[in-house]
Design a protein around this ligand. Structure first.
Ligand code: ZN
Length: 175
């Protein structure tokens, strides 16, 4: 069993084992938001296993190195084709090299965008200008991605978490 940890502002922060969550709870670091039906028994007390907990203190946002990955590009681009603006589940989106790879385009935050299959096909090995396709925004390395640590399939996710993971309905179809 795992426990979803929310930050003070009820945003998903991280996922820990329930044992770790209980340690945090007894250390006064978190409060329980949702519980599982399962109970934890010790000699002196019985508590429900925590499903969702919230940090009681404000978190200092640590700078994390943002990994360049297909999924993180999709998150940055909000699962939206950067040419036509249609939203798709991640598996239906492709990574488009703005300056095509065949012409020296790098596989990097600044040169890769999410594109639907038909836009990617139409664009082919052309630049957006040559293909007469306009990028919705210039790609860049994001400073922070809220979902980066939460690449969890909905099907693997305890029901009690779903209320707290509203930010990413499209994640559910990314299987
Ligand atoms: Zn498109």
């Amino acid at each position: 069993m795992r426990t979803l940890v929310l930050d003070q502002g009820y945003q998903p922060h991280r996922i820990v084992t329930w044992q770790k969550a209980v340690t945090m709870l007894f250390g006064g670091k978190v409060e329980v938001v949702e519980e599982y039906d399962e109970e934890i028994r010790s000699v002196s007390l019985t508590i429900r296993m925590p499903a969702v907990v919230r940090l009681v203190r404000r978190l200092r946002r640590r700078k994390r190195a943002l990994r360049f990955s297909r999924f993180n590009v999709m998150v940055r681009d909000e699962f939206t084709c950067q040419y036509c603006g249609d939203k798709h589940p991640a598996r239906r989106l492709t990574m488009d090299h703005v300056l095509p790879r065949s012409r020296g385009g790098a596989t990097s935050w600044a040169n890769v965008v999410a594109a639907c299959q038909s836009c990617n096909h139409d664009k082919g090995a052309k630049t957006p200008k040559e293909a007469r396709m306009k990028l919705r925004s210039a790609p860049a390395k994001p400073t922070w991605l809220p979902m980066e640590a939460f690449h969890v399939r909905m099907t693997d996710m305890p029901a009690t978490w779903k209320n707290w993971l509203f930010w990413n309905a499209s994640l559910g179809t990314d299987t």
